[in-house]
Design a protein around this ligand. Structure first.
Ligand code: B1M
Length: 216
């Protein structure tokens, strides 16, 4: 396959949300000697951009976004070792420590946000669900996080987002790290109330917010 042809097929694999095809094309690109960075930027990224835009205007729905994100993540996982070998790591916009807050086990939205952030060039440390406040804060300090991203799906666990902000203040990290929050019950009003730096209603918006927080 010519490069243009393989890029087109890569874009289509994301639109189809087909992880197996995306992985096979990523492998094929490596075998053909295509620069993995070029494969991501010219092959897979146009696919997630399209799906993201269509999701934002209501023409595509959550399952398509989830599947596209998963396919993108699978393709990148195939290409990443080759990128490291070639020393052509993608530009990393920033380090994000991501967690669903303590007491909350909802992980679908959080994982989707993590997938999209990683797909768009953030280094994501996903701590999982029900993550204790000290664990979030310690990881942020350990990796030198630029952003702490906190998901909460329950009205009873939203308050943990505020607690993490307070804990960051307590250890003198608050002025070094941005905090973004999200999850179904989170509102702009809540963001202001707890003094977070950013909020988005969905995973595509989360990428835009994170980029804005990093000044890119
Ligand atoms: Co739960 N649950 N649940 N649940 N659950 C809700 C949240 C609820 C609204 C359902 C309802 O009653 N209508 C309700 C909360 C009520 C409230 O507090 N206001 C509820 C409840 C009550 C509970 C339990 C307490 C039920 C019980 O046991 N009695 C229990 C709590 C357990 C716990 O956490 N301690 C519970 C358990 C569960 C399951 C385990 C069964 C399952 C989760 C499975 C899993 O995650 N692996 C589950 C599910 C599936 C839901 C609903 C139905 C769907 C959540 C979901 O995955 N949505 C949910 C109702 C609903 O939301 N409609 C509900 C899809 C996902 C992609 O969207 O997570 O919103 P979402 O993420 C979005 C955005 O919010 C945003 O981007 C994502 C992608 O667009 N976003 C961010 C999310 N995080 C972000 C972070 C960001 C930025 C954006 O920056 C950091």
């Amino acid at each position: 396959m010519q490069n243009e042809e393989i890029f087109k097929a890569m874009t289509q694999s994301i639109l189809d949300g087909d992880s197996d095809v995306a992985a096979a094309l990523a492998k094929q690109a490596i075998d053909q000697g295509i620069d993995p960075l070029e494969a991501i930027n010219q092959g897979f990224v146009p696919g997630v951009n399209y799906v993201g835009d269509q999701f934002s205007c209501g023409n595509m729905f959550l399952p398509e976004l989830v599947m596209a994100g998963e396919a993108m993540k699978t393709a990148i996982s195939v290409l990443e070792p080759e990128m490291s070998k070639r020393g052509t790591e993608r530009k990393v916009y920033g380090k994000v420590v991501l967690a669903t807050v303590q007491g909350d086990i909802h992980d679908i939205g959080k994982t989707l946000v993590g997938t999209m952030l990683a797909a768009y060039g953030f280094q994501v440390y996903d701590l999982g669900v029900d993550v204790p406040i000290p664990t979030v804060v310690a990881k942020a300090r350990e990796v030198g996080a630029d952003i702490v991203a906190l998901s909460a799906l329950l009205t009873t666990t939203m308050v943990r987002q505020r607690d993490v902000i307070e804990a960051l203040k307590d250890i003198g990290l608050r002025n070094k790290v941005k905090v973004m929050v999200g999850g179904a019950p989170v509102t702009q009003e809540w963001v202001q109330q707890i003094g977070a730096d950013g909020y988005s209603e969905d995973a595509v918006g989360a990428v835009n917010v994170a980029k804005k927080l990093m000044g890119v």
